[in-house]
Design a protein around this ligand. Structure first.
Ligand code: SF4
Length: 433
């Protein structure tokens, strides 16, 4: 069917992987004639790519879905993403929703649109978890200066607090050759920096018999790619060879994002994580010894079931002594169907929030110390387009955010600078060199 003259609007919630997939989904609608318009504009179809990593994610997804229905009650409303795979009935019960498509179906929206007339009853099409096998390549384009390149999907780890394996299925990926072709396409669209994304990227190669190191070495060779940034990688999969490759590379950025989740071994075992604090600390020391200027971001969850006051303190003290650059602190939220619900010890919600705030305060101290350590150094920054405001910002190779007044001609340009001091908003001030 040809939808020439019809308009489609998209809204993405959640992770970088979702943003890369929305671009691919939008590309499929463009191929059948749709014009892409802003989400706050009138459209014939609204596609909401949802997130369900926390209760907050579910709530935000429902709000955006209702917003789309209100925006144009005659338009078709299509819900995709992790919320639609995990809670299709809930998504389908929202007044005005026409289509709820699961993880496998989300890349085939045009096949389900028909004549775009509103459905008398919501159509829900999802696939059983065990049957989610297909891998769809994706990279984000059109709305940011850096492209998020999907390299892997799904996860086989089943950490006790997490629902993602139930939403995205088993770990899978495309070949190194095809993934390199996708990176080349992003470069041909003008991207100088590509950020690798997936669910468990260190597990790359599971379905092709290749591995993450091989992929990185191949991506380093992509012509015209100036910067390759790694997404979040599990500590047990961040092998020494990968750290050594980053240390020696001029293309792979000195930036590591490593989910710890807790600094207590007892909690890590309740979470069914695949490493100890000892291994995690060894990784940090390895990075600091051969990539001393690297940015290290660490995920941590506060208030998980079983986290007594003492175990929280143990976790806090562990993070306090580690030389990392920033913490991404999350408040634990119960997820239906997860093993963690069987752990009898519950942390009161106000305590969870207080602990999260303690991690946030600790993170601010560490980030400032990291910025301070690099003042006076020469860096290269990639300036990024801004949605609004008169300033522009960008990141150095080791992920220090710099800011200055907007100069359109410098957007998506790599510039040499020297870091000077820290601005009141925490970003760094600099001079061009
Ligand atoms: S590694 Fe654990 S936390 Fe991460 S997606 Fe897989 S199950 Fe979830």
């Amino acid at each position: 069917m040809n939808y020439q003259g019809k308009k489609a609007a998209f809204y993405t919630l959640g992770c970088k992987l979702n943003f890369s997939e929305t671009s691919t989904i939008a590309g499929a609608l463009k191929e059948v004639g749709f014009e892409r318009v802003g989400f706050d504009e009138k459209a014939d179809v609204y596609v909401i790519n949802t997130c369900s990593v926390t209760n907050q994610g579910d709530k935000a997804s429902r709000n955006i879905i209702r917003q789309a229905v209100k925006q144009n009650p005659q338009a078709m409303v299509v819900v995709v993403g992790c919320y639609s795979q995990l809670k299709p009935g809930e998504a389908g019960n929202i007044e005005g929703v026409d289509l709820v498509l699961g993880t496998q179906e989300k890349f085939h929206i045009p096949a389900h649109l028909g004549d775009l007339s509103k459905r008398p009853a919501t159509e829900i099409i999802t696939t059983r978890l065990a049957d989610i096998k297909s891998y769809h390549k994706a990279f984000s384009w059109g709305d940011r200066t850096r492209s998020f390149l999907k390299i892997q999907d799904g996860c086989d780890y089943y950490c006790s607090f997490c629902t993602i394996p139930y939403a995205r299925g088993k770990s899978r990926n495309d070949s190194v050759e095809n993934t390199v072709k996708e990176a080349q396409k992003a470069v041909e669209k003008g991207y100088k920096e590509v950020v690798l994304t997936g669910v468990n990227i260190g597990d790359y190669g599971k379905t092709t018999g290749e591995n993450f190191l091989e992929l990185l070495k191949a991506l380093e060779q992509v012509k015209g790619l100036y910067r390759l940034r790694l997404g979040s990688i599990e500590p047990n999969l961040l092998k020494d060879e990968i750290i050594e490759l980053v240390a020696a590379s001029t293309v792979i950025m000195p930036h590591f994002h490593i989910p710890l989740q807790s600094g207590s071994d007892e909690i890590l075992s309740l979470m069914k994580r695949k490493y100890s604090t000892g291994l995690f600390e060894k990784r940090i020391q390895q990075i600091r010894s051969i990539v001393p200027h690297a940015f290290i971001g660490v995920d941590v969850i506060a208030g998980t079931n079983g986290e007594t006051v003492d175990l929280f303190q143990e976790s806090y003290d562990f993070l306090n002594r580690l030389e990392v650059s920033q913490l991404h602190a999350f408040t634990y939220s119960e997820r239906s169907g997860t093993q963690a619900l069987k752990i009898p010890w519950k942390v009161d919600i106000s305590d969870r929030k207080r602990r999260t705030q303690m991690y946030i305060n600790l993170s601010e101290k560490k980030l400032r110390a990291f910025y301070q350590k690099h003042l006076g150094t020469e860096q290269t920054v990639l300036f990024e387009s801004q949605k609004k405001g008169t300033n522009m910002s960008g990141f150095t190779e080791n992920y220090i955010r710099v800011e200055t007044s907007l100069r359109d001609e410098l957007i998506n340009e790599l510039q040499k600078i020297r870091l000077k001091d820290i601005l009141p908003n925490g970003h760094a001030n600099f001079e061009f060199i």
